[in-house]
Design a protein around this ligand. Structure first.
Ligand code: ADP
Length: 806
């Protein structure tokens, strides 16, 4: 129950003013109004001023004109938060229009001087007995100073309320007095749950002592700044926080509690952890990790960078990154920076950078933009990996591949070549190229009965003119091991050789300014020194053990080929001599044979007895056989010498074959000829005599090599290509596939033919004849079963296949 306070009105009714004699009178009261610190004024029902006191004049800012001026004077009106207020909405107007009292209404007014005053307005209407508005009294309290304090308070509360940090206050016993939304967010308790509870509930058991220590500090009036500790969430989870605690003092300056601002630093700690891990990675990386700004100034430098480039971080930080770039590659950096500035990145760009020592290093670069929190590119990070080893390995592989290719090509071509000069040149070229020599020379041993003699036979790397006028190396200590085939000589700098006498370093070595020298003898498997390979370079230490091995191996391979070539040359020379002899002998034999034949024929025409006739016939037969042999030899020599002549004409091959079959029946008693020739002409353009010779060869072979058979087959027909084909078949001894391969070589006879005479020239000649007529000779044969030789000839122009019977 509220105590009943007696009203002032009641008091004045009981004590009329007359009782207040010598005290304050009504007139005095008017005075009181006049000088009241509160602004007071009265208006009529229209709102025009009828009365005002001093404080009101002060508030208006000037003396108003009563009866003509409104209650709001010349003020601009605002709500207390600063938004403009329409006149109809101000409490003074509303009191008049509604006849209602407005009390404790807050508003603000701006005077002509521009000052704003915050007012607490009390407007009361004065009513007639019938309830009409006669006028009103308005009292205004200037609360501007209070308003400012309120505003500050409100702002502070708003700040506290909207803060993400927990802002908590507690008394000196550690009881929580206030709790903001940030605290709710961080610790999970609502304000209602926690106010009045001990601060302890936020502190993990093992840190309870902390709180006591903190409170002691606070009691002594000390604050605590950014103390990092652990607190406990409602759900029991621990939260890392940073605390700032300040004592709260009362009006008398006594410490009554503490305010506590707690910031959740889990994210920051996570960030720091991440940062620490990243830093560790950067520091422990073998790659150079460098950052630079957009002007190319180095901002960071790790250990990897120190290892790769040789500079410490003190030597590089703040310096332009161009200190790592060879001057001929500056343009690269401009391109990279341009790309990074536009937000792009450069991936695995292989280039060359420079070590502190000035040495070039092969690196693979990856450059990415560094952006600030707004996404703006502010620099670049650069990862450089030293790929010198890879580049070297790659070059090594490429060099080996190239060497292998050269060796392979050389091996293939020299093993095929029988031409000594070509082999010498190729070997010199290859060894010069593979050893990186400036020049290479092959001194070939043109040994004769007089002894060894080494001749400059191939040069590589320099023009032959460079050797003109150069004194050729004589036999001196330097060259001797090469010429004698005893050792390989490899010298890094001939000019530095003390033991080398001046006269040895002369001639072509001096004129070619040779410093690096490699000389490898070329010795045949049988031990003959075939020559020496000399390689030179005007710079020192150019030839390695690897070069020496390479050249030695090639020299060994070349020696075999050269040996073979020599042998081949010798065989060719012998073969040429043999051909010469055959040509000469057969030519010489032919004349006496023709004469003998002539005399025997004349003798045949004379009277003779039976015995003489028998001997004469036998002689004639043998002379004929001898004649054929000599003819074959002569023809062979002509073919080999390219002098076999052909007299071609159009003739009917069918006719020719018919003649052959007739002769066959006279001369052959052992075999019967079965032929199928058809009766249409097969006109060919050929040398009739040679074709007859070819047919006779094949026919006589068919008989000769089928001693146990009694039939031979002859066939003429057109094949699908429109050529005429002649097939001669027997049922004789046949030929194995191996024998068939060699069948058309000179002097080849398949097997040991006892009692069957021959030189092995017939098929060779036949093949040559058919080939020269643009025909083909081939066979089908099986050992023990028989053979079929077939030759084709093109028909003479204008001769269609329809002319011939199939
Ligand atoms: P030659 O008959 O004078 O020995 P050829 O050049 O005519 O010479 O024949 C070469 C070789 O081919 C013969 O020695 C023989 O071994 C083989 N030959 C040729 N024709 C036949 C055939 N019809 N049947 C089996 N072997 C044959």
């Amino acid at each position: 129950m509220k105590p009943i306070v007696p009203s002032a009105k009641d008091y004045h009714e009981k004590h009329p003013p007359s009782e207040m004699k010598n005290q304050t009178t009504m007139l005095d009261l008017k005075e009181v109004f006049q000088y009241s610190p509160l602004a007071f004024y009265a208006t009529d029902s229209e709102g025009l001023l009828t009365f005002f006191n001093e404080s009101a004049v002060k508030l208006f800012g000037e003396m108003p004109k009563p009866g003509s001026e409104m209650h709001i004077h010349s003020w601009k009106l605002f709500y207390s938060d600063g938004t403009p207020m329409p006149v109809e909405d101000c409490p003074m107007t509303k009191c008049l229009t509604q006849g209602k009292a407005y009390e404790n209404s807050k508003m603000a007014v701006e005077g002509t001087d521009g000052n704003i005053s915050q007012l607490l307005v009390f407007s009361r209407p004065v009513l007639t007995t019938d309830g009409k508005v006669k006028g009103a009294y308005h009292t205004m309290v200037d609360i501007t100073p209070h308003h400012k304090t309120d505003l500050k308070q409100e702002t502070l509360s708003a700040i506290v309320d909207s803060s993400d940090d927990a802002v908590i206050s507690k008394d000196l016993d550690g009881t929580i007095i206030s709790w903001n939304r940030g605290a709710e967010k961080i610790f999970g308790y609502t304000e209602a749950e926690i106010i009045g509870k001990p601060m302890r509930i936020l502190i993990p058991e093992n840190r309870r002592n902390d709180e006591e220590l903190l409170l002691n500090k606070i009691r002594k009036g000390k604050g605590i700044d950014h103390f990092e500790t652990i607190r406990k969430h409602k759900n029991g989870q621990e939260i890392p926080i940073s605390l700032t605690i300040s004592p709260i003092k009362d009006g008398k300056g006594e410490i009554v509690g503490a305010s506590k601002v707690a910031r959740d630093i889990s994210e920051r700690l996570k960030g720091e952890e991440k940062q620490a891990v990243l830093s560790a990675i950067v520091e422990s990386s073998d790659d150079a990790i460098i950052s630079k700004n957009l002007n190319g100034i180095i901002l960071s430098w790790n250990k990897g960078a120190e290892q790769i480039f040789g500079y410490s971080d003190e030597e590089t930080l703040g310096k332009p990154v161009t200190m790592l770039i060879p001057s001929d590659r500056y343009a690269e950096e401009d391109l990279i920076l341009e790309k990074v500035r536009s937000g792009g990145r450069v991936d695995h760009f292989e280039t060359v950078r420079m070590h502190k020592s000035g040495k070039n290093i092969f690196v693979s670069l990856t450059v990415s933009p560094i952006r600030d929190s707004t996404g703006k590119t502010i620099g670049a990070s650069k990862i450089a990996r030293d790929i010198s080893a890879q580049v070297k390995a790659k070059e090594e592989i490429a060099r080996h591949t190239r060497n292998l290719e050269i060796l392979n090509a050389l091996g293939k071509s020299i093993s095929r070549k029988m031409d000594v000069q070509a082999v010498l040149q190729q070997v010199t070229n290859a060894t010069t190229q593979l050893s990186g020599a400036e020049f290479g020379a092959f001194f070939y041993n043109v040994a004769s009965e007089k002894g060894d003699s080494f001749q400059l036979s191939a040069i590589s790397g320099v023009s032959p003119e460079s050797f003109q006028g150069i004194e050729m190396p004589g036999i001196s200590d330097l060259f001797l091991p090469t010429y004698q085939g005893t050792a390989v000589i490899r010298n890094n700098d001939l000019t530095q050789e003390d033991t080398l006498e001046q006269n040895q370093y002369r001639g072509f070595l001096r004129q070619l300014q040779v410093k690096s020298y490699l000389a490898v003898p070329v010795v045949s498997p049988s031990g003959d020194v075939l020559g020496g390979l000399f390689l030179g370079h005007s710079k020192s230490s150019r030839f390695t053990a690897e070069h020496e091995d390479l050249v030695t191996n090639i020299a060994a391979q070349a020696a075999i080929t050269l040996d073979n070539s020599k042998l081949f040359e010798r065989v060719t020379a012998l073969s040429d001599k043999k051909d010469e002899f055959i040509a000469l002998a057969s030519h010489e034999l032919r004349t006496p044979l023709t004469t003998i034949n002539g005399y025997l024929q004349m003798l045949a025409k004379t009277e003779k007895d039976k015995i003489s006739e028998l001997f004469l016939n036998k002689s004639l037969y043998q002379v004929n056989k001898l004649n054929t042999l000599v003819e074959d030899l002569l023809n062979m020599s002509r073919i080999e010498a390219g002098r076999m002549e052909f007299n071609t004409e159009d003739f009917d091959l069918c006719d020719l074959l018919r003649e052959v079959t007739q002769t066959f029946s006279y001369t052959t008693k052992t075999h019967k000829l079965i032929h199928k020739l058809g009766n249409k002409p097969a006109i060919v353009h050929a040398d009739k005599q040679r074709i007859e010779q070819a047919i006779n060869n094949l026919m006589s072979n068919a008989i000769k090599y089928s001693p146990k058979a009694d039939k031979v087959y002859l066939k003429l027909f057109m094949n699908q290509q429109g050529e005429v084909e002649v097939a001669i078949k027997d049922e004789g001894i046949g030929l194995s596939p191996e024998q068939q391969k060699k069948l058309f070589s000179r002097f080849y006879r398949a097997g040991n033919h006892k009692g069957i005479s021959g030189l092995g020239l017939g098929l060779y000649l036949t093949k040559q004849i058919i080939d020269r007529h643009e025909g083909r000779l081939h066979l089908k044969s099986e050992s023990g079963k028989g053979s079929e030789f077939i030759f084709t000839l093109p028909l003479a122009t204008g001769q269609g296949a329809e002319n011939v019977d199939n």
